[in-house]
Design a binder for this molecule. Structure first.
Ligand code: NAD
Length: 455
């Protein structure tokens, strides 16, 4: 099939590349000319495990092309995916300017080129309930008719950064929201090769598909947040959240996933999607109490190590002259994405208190530099980058683990301890990657989330 993907970020690039791997002819469009140049030259613009092999093959066999011209991509396409940003607006709602702007452009192009034929326009972005209708209206405003010239489908994406290629190639389910039988058939034909193991393609109406995505992300965010609150309580009553996790995760009604306590969720999806659903509820006059709590608790959780670090290192509440090593910048392992990363929240707080931070991340240093160039740090402390985890710990008064990259799990602890200051150097493990007893045995003063302190 001939496919256009508009927006070549994490979702668009992975989707486009995977559709090409399945034998489709794919053209990816982006307004960022630098990004398009780089992709045309064979340089990936994101870090995503496993993507490069398919990307190289798609380009080599000319099934995967990149352009800045929407018209060029649209002309031959049977299916047009919108994988555009939907960032939070000031009031927390999803900002639809990119999606509706491109819908308007598509309407204009289709109206001017009636010989391009019927197109299925697919919302892959995470968009509030009612957006399919608004996209349809934006295209129909050019004198076109839904059902005849085009149809709009809601097809939310559930891939997880870090395992996005696997998730896309073998989705647990594909949600297709459309009231058009014709569009439903096109989508089924497109996705059938991805669900050969029997996972379902769930056809439903547009509104339910749009709500499904928000419900999924909000429930997952609530699950993590619930566990973080259990962890906070475990610390107070002397229980161990890891034991509790095993105790409840074996209950099939609960399941073992998404029960790991830590310094809160981040990323480009959970915070904004929970906010957007909360906002949708408010607009409907409904107060979605759980989401309110999830947002508040997560904000606190991301900063929860700060008072502990201050208490351990300072008498006056300031951290001037202190150096904090930080392991991890990405919002989770196996990605270079730092949007809403808890590590960034900690860096802002620590440097505001005067501390110098020396950070290491295997993939997310460049994206971090770009973020702090756009939105500079405001405190007295400085941020520097290390070439390795050991270098970040070297000379540090405390070490913070902010992302659970596998390489942080089994370091040479003797080397780390010797390189840090103090007789029993401080480690604040925001992701519970270490065993408290091992850390005590290795000579550290070790803090983690929801687990008893081992003296
Ligand atoms: P992103 O910011 O990485 O990518 C968006 C791309 O769109 C950018 O490359 C940008 O240059 C491009 N763009 C902006 N305006 C454009 C225009 N007018 N024409 C062409 N290109 C344009 O965003 P993302 O992470 O890929 O997310 C896209 C959508 O998918 C969002 O709604 C997000 O919530 C949703 N989503 C994201 C994930 C994820 O893990 N990142 C997972 C599921 C769903």
């Amino acid at each position: 099939m001939n496919i256009a993907v508009v927006g070549t970020g994490y979702v668009g690039l992975v989707s486009g590349t995977c559709f090409a791997e399945m034998g489709n002819q794919v053209t990816c469009v982006d307004i960022d000319a630098g990004k398009v140049d780089s992709l045309r030259d064979g340089r990936l613009t994101i870090y995503e495990p496993g993507l490069e092999v398919y990307f190289d093959r798609g380009r080599r066999e000319d099934r995967l092309r990149f352009t800045t011209s929407l018209a060029e991509a649209l002309e031959e396409a049977e299916v047009v995916f919108l994988a555009l940003p939907t960032p939070p607006a000031e009031d927390g709602s999803a900002d639809l300017q990119y999606v509706l702007g491109v819908a308007d452009d598509i309407g204009g192009l289709l109206a001017a080129n009636p010989d391009w034929g019927y197109k299925v326009l697919v919302d892959k972005s995470t968009v509030p309930v009612g957006t399919s209708r608004r996209v349809t209206d934006a295209v129909e405003a050019h004198g076109l008719t839904a059902g005849e010239h085009f149809d709009v489908v809601s097809n939310p994406e559930f891939l997880r950064e870090g395992v996005a290629v696997d998730d896309f190639m073998k989705p647990e389910r594909v949600v297709v929201g459309t009231s058009s039988e014709k569009a439903g058939e096109v989508m089924t034909r497109l996705y059938e090769p991805f669900v050969r193991q029997g996972n379902p393609i769930l056809l439903m109406d547009e509104e339910s598909a749009e709500m499904t995505k928000y419900a999924a992300n909000s429930l997952l965010a609530a699950k993590i947040t619930f566990m973080n609150e259990i962890a906070n309580l475990c610390e107070r009553v002397g229980a161990d959240v890891d034991e509790v996790r095993r105790g409840i995760g074996t209950d099939s009604r609960i399941g073992p996933k998404f029960l790991y306590a830590g310094i809160g969720f981040g990323g480009s999806c959970f915070p904004k999607d929970v906010q957007a659903l909360h906002r949708t509820a408010r607009e409907e006059g409904y107060s979605f109490e759980i989401l309110d709590a999830v947002l508040r608790v997560n904000d606190e959780q991301r900063k929860s190590l700060i008072p502990r670090i201050v208490e351990a290192l300072s008498d006056d509440g300031r951290l001037d002259g202190k150096t904090i090593g930080m392991w991890g910048l990405a919002f989770k392992p196996h990605t270079d994405d730092v949007r809403e990363a808890p590590a960034h929240v900690l860096i802002r707080e620590l440097t505001a208190l005067g501390a110098d931070v020396v950070a290491f991340d295997p993939e997310a240093v460049e994206t971090t530099k770009a973020t702090f160039e756009r939105e500079p740090l405001s405190g007295d402390g400085a941020l520097a980058y290390a070439e390795s985890a050991y270098e970040a710990a070297d000379g540090a008064d405390a070490l913070v683990v902010a992302t659970e990259w596998p390489e942080f799990r089994r370091p040479d602890l003797t080397r780390v301890r010797r390189s840090m200051t103090g007789d029993a150097p401080l480690v604040f493990d925001g992701r519970n990657v270490f065993d408290p007893q091992d850390m005590a045995d290795a000579g550290f003063t070790y803090h983690s989330i929801g687990r008893p302190h081992v003296p």
